[in-house]
Design a protein around this ligand. Sequence first.
Ligand code: B12
Ligand code: SF4
Ligand code: SF4
Length: 228
Amino acid sequence: MNYRPSILDDIAAALEPYGMVPRGGFVFDDKNQAPQITEGARPQSVILAGHFGSSIWPHFVQWREDHPSAQDPLDTWSREVLTAVAAKLGATAVFPSDKPYLPFQQWAMRAEGLCASPLGLLIHPEYGLWQAFRGALLFDRALDLPARGAQRSPCVDCQDRPCLSACPVNAFSVNGYDVARCRGHLASGEGDACLNGGCLARRGCPVGREHAYGEAQMRFHMDAFAKS
Ligand code: B12
Ligand code: SF4
Ligand code: SF4
């Protein structure tokens, strides 16, 4: 049985107080198999929840003031928020940090028609690299969702690919992302520009630069990455 498309409106309304938005969804098929998250039937549909630019930041900061000793605070906040939203909507929430890792980026490519940038991060035509996912809502029914075609990647028309030459230690190359090289630079005492201002490769992309995270959010993410 299909459900009315306004489920997306309901989800948008439930996420809005936290600065999150539904980032599309789809009904699983054989090629995009649903994860078995609980005993019994597999879920049939997924809706991704995420943010564009800094929209979650003030909401998270406010929560953090009330939970100063929370471990992995952004993950904890996301779990708290999305578990409650899922319960309200009759869904189950899953998270990017759940292990084994769920294929969030593959889901997002299908749900929102996004493409991968040379950095591995998905790129959005308007928000560029300044967007991410906080979780996904799994439904045990086939939602009636609008069809979504692939969006044209801004990388196709980007001749110079400044993202690939901005890293001071060339951690990104055609061979992928050399995480050890990046971490080595951050730990060397020479990486303050990245630690304080955000990944220089990510910042090197001109698309959606006006949506780049603010200083405090950049530092928060880089600190969490450096300590992980
Ligand atoms: C493990 C992981 C990492 C690892 C290793 C990344 C790697 N080389 O693969 C580390 C810790 C290094 C990392 C770093 C970052 N990550 Co990360 N990471 C993940 C995580 C938790 C799992 C990836 C995975 O294995 N998935 C399982 C496979 C089966 O799923 P998949 O969709 O098929 O996997 C895709 C990725 O592997 C991708 N990929 C391949 N190479 C690279 C390289 C990079 C840099 C990334 C981000 C992805 C990527 O290709 C696959 C798509 O076909 C995902 C969340 C998730 N569950 O997917 C976030 C995720 C991919 N990371 C994300 C982000 C934002 C980052 C950081 C920018 C964090 C930050 N500092 O703010 C950094 C980038 C480094 C930097 N210099 O700043 C976002 C990407 C959002 C987007 N716009 O696409 C995700 C989706 C988390 C989220 N909450 O949204 N990450
Ligand atoms: S700099 Fe160019 S190639 Fe790199 S992510 Fe941005 S648009 Fe894509
Ligand atoms: S954080 Fe700095 S060192 Fe690491 S990939 Fe980005 S630019 Fe390179």
